[in-house]
Design a protein around this ligand. Structure first.
Ligand SMILES: Cc1cc2nc3c(=O)[nH]c(=O)nc-3n(C[C@H](O)[C@H](O)[C@H](O)COP(=O)(O)OP(=O)(O)OC[C@H]3O[C@@H](n4cnc5c(N)ncnc54)[C@H](O)[C@@H]3O)c2cc1C
Length: 560
């Protein structure tokens, strides 16, 4: 073992850093492992804001926030987790503010709050449209202040299970090469999402679902894997996100004839209906021939230059650089793109997984506050609130237990496997399989789903998985060998895709982001008000179900 700590956090985005800070403050010796420098984590790309019921702009309270989240989840969210979440969110926002987060303020000098999709009240706290960037800098300052050890540019490759609990992580050292074994009395997964399973996505190249796959390989349950959120406003053709904050500030969606079409689909909430509803409406407009080059148009021109420059400067810059349009004068071409994975490693409300000593928080986890559809602004909040809770719980357990042991055999196995992968002298290049996976997932498991396409996608994934053992890593070097890490990430994504399709084809209803308009167009609470649970058994995914935890909201028809 190269080093050991009380608490080892894998991932250094908002969830990982918030967890590390909480664990440190609870008295533990903490370290983080990250395949990227912390400030390059994908949380930094978050734009529009973070939800907490502060009530600074209209009436709001945690109960209203909880109801909006339950309804937004299409009643699949666990209501006890949601209640904890909305109750603790305001305190977490004030903590971030006290640490120096420069949130935008309203005329009274209070934290400003903008409307976001499916929110009963303007609830989204923001720093212009660079909220994630601000949060990641503030959290990193707190990490540095506490002198928390960061194993930067370490690629986590294996979780160590020993004596019935998780006791560390085996990583590939990206900068210097070689395997590094770091022990932890407790380990927290905070590795983010898996948007890269799709060709068109808002997610960075690093979002390959590593933590979910690591947990799956240990036999742990993943929950609700079929639910991938498609964000309605990703720019054509790059797929880069244009924040929901644009619609929060008054932007509207138009089709080729200039019609504000959301009025037809969601007469009350219109352009600010929940994301699943808006994405489906856009896709219907495009499929029925009222799109523009496979897109619809996000119109901000009526907001005026002053508001756009003050509230949405980052979005304007993205539109100018990546779509060649200045939104002060012209609408931005947008379409739905894969954005956020509601599914993930199953945890309790303290982030604990089924395995003693292993916790998860942030997008890698499914606690589950988002159910079948996440509300915009709830994810950043989840990283902070449940990151903090997981960090505290992991520290408490670690401080009450003393030993860390990584058996030599585990290290030797990892070395042997790596040698075998690097030792291959010919074969298929990983990117070919990765491209086929991304395109076919978009074609067959996108905004709308149907039995035949899902069955076809299951075959495609099986074929890709058969080809995977023959992939060839051309670069045999030890320094920043991204050829090697991309080959490993591909293996993770193929396993995750298999769980997603198995859960998707078995869910014979339409709920949240899982929409089957042709064969099962409505929600079926009698048979499917339940979580999908995926495990890896005998080399493949195995599906079972689990009850949704309800506290006080009975399922109702969902209208916006
Ligand atoms: C463009 C965009 C805009 C968004 N805007 C908003 C918004 O306005 N509001 C909102 O609520 N949500 C938003 N979201 C969603 C939200 O930003 C993310 O869900 C959230 O930030 C994820 O944080 P995280 O800490 O879980 O993961 P990340 O920030 O993705 O961090 C993952 C960490 O894990 C590390 N890692 C991954 N795999 C490994 C490995 N194998 N070994 C070592 N380290 C590893 C990475 O290096 C990184 O440090 C947005 C998402 C996107 C893509």
């Amino acid at each position: 073992m190269d080093a050991k700590h009380d608490v080892l956090v894998v991932g250094a985005g908002c969830a990982g850093m918030r967890a590390a800070i909480a664990a440190h403050d609870a008295g533990a010796d903490v370290a983080m492992i990250s395949k990227l420098h912390p400030t390059r984590s994908h949380s930094g790309a978050a734009e529009g804001g973070i939800n907490a019921a502060l009530g600074n702009t209209g009436e709001d309270n945690p109960e209203i926030h909880a109801f909006d989240t339950v309804k937004g989840s299409d009643y699949l969210g666990d209501q006890d987790s949601i209640e904890i979440f909305t109750r603790e969110a305001p305190g977490d926002i004030y903590q971030l503010e006290h640490w120096g987060a420069i949130f935008t303020r309203n005329e009274e000098g209070k934290l400003a709050q903008r409307p976001f999709g499916a929110a009963g009240s303007p609830r989204t706290v923001f720093a212009a449209d660079i909220t994630g960037h601000v949060l990641i800098q503030v959290l990193y300052e707190q990490v540095v202040k506490r002198d928390i050890k960061v194993y930067e540019e370490y690629f986590a490759w294996r979780l160590v299970e020993n004596d019935g609990r998780c006791q560390g992580v085996i990583s590939w050292d990206l900068m210097d090469g070689g395997l590094k074994v770091v022990g932890g009395k407790t380990v927290i997964l905070a590795t983010g999402g898996a948007g890269r399973l799709y060709r068109a996505t808002t997610n960075a190249y690093a979002c390959t679902g590593d933590g979910m796959a690591l947990a799956l390989r240990l036999g742990l349950p993943l929950k609700d894997m079929e639910f991938m959120q498609f964000h309605p406003t990703t720019m054509y053709p790059s797929g880069i996100l244009i924040t929901e904050g644009c619609r929060g500030e008054g932007g509207v969606l138009r089709n080729a004839t200039g019609e504000r079409f959301m009025v037809r689909y969601a007469p009350t909430a219109k352009d600010l209906a929940s994301r699943d509803v808006v994405s489906r409406s856009e896709q219907t407009e495009i499929d029925e021939g009222r799109g523009v080059n496979g897109s619809v148009l996000l119109d901000l021109t009526h907001l005026g230059a002053e508001k756009i420059l003050d509230r949405l400067p980052g979005s304007r810059e993205l539109a100018m650089v990546y779509a060649g349009v200045d939104p002060i004068f012209e609408p931005i071409p947008v379409r739905p793109g894969a954005h956020y994975h509601m599914g993930g490693v199953e945890t309790d409300s303290d982030g604990l997984t089924e395995l003693t000593g292993l916790y998860a928080a942030g997008e890698v986890a499914c606690v589950s506050v988002h159910g079948a559809n996440r509300l915009g602004g709830n994810s950043l909040m989840e990283t902070i609130t449940f990151g903090r809770r997981a960090g505290t719980a992991a520290a408490e357990w670690a401080l009450a237990n003393t030993t860390v042991e990584v058996p030599d055999a585990v290290e030797r196995d990892a070395e042997r496997e790596l040698k075998e992968l690097l030792g291959r002298t010919s074969g298929e290049r990983p990117w070919k399989i990765r491209d086929e996976l991304g395109s076919s997932m978009l074609d067959n498991f996108g905004v709308f789903r149907e039995e035949g396409k899902m069955a076809r996608q299951i075959e495609i994934i099986a074929g890709l998985r058969e080809r995977y053992p023959g992939v060839y890593v051309e670069d045999k070097g030890t320094v920043f060998n991204s050829d090697l890490t991309q080959a490993i990430e591909l293996g993770y994504m193929l396993d995750l895709a298999a769980t997603m399709l198995q859960a998707g084809i078995a869910r014979k209803e339409s709920r949240g982001a899982h929409s089957r308009p042709h064969d099962f167009p409505t929600r079926d609470d009698e048979n499917f008000l339940k979580h999908s649970i995926s495990r890896w058994v005998n080399g493949g995914p195995e599906l079972s179900y689990k009850e949704v935890r309800m506290t006080r909201w009975e399922p109702e028809e969902r209208k916006y």
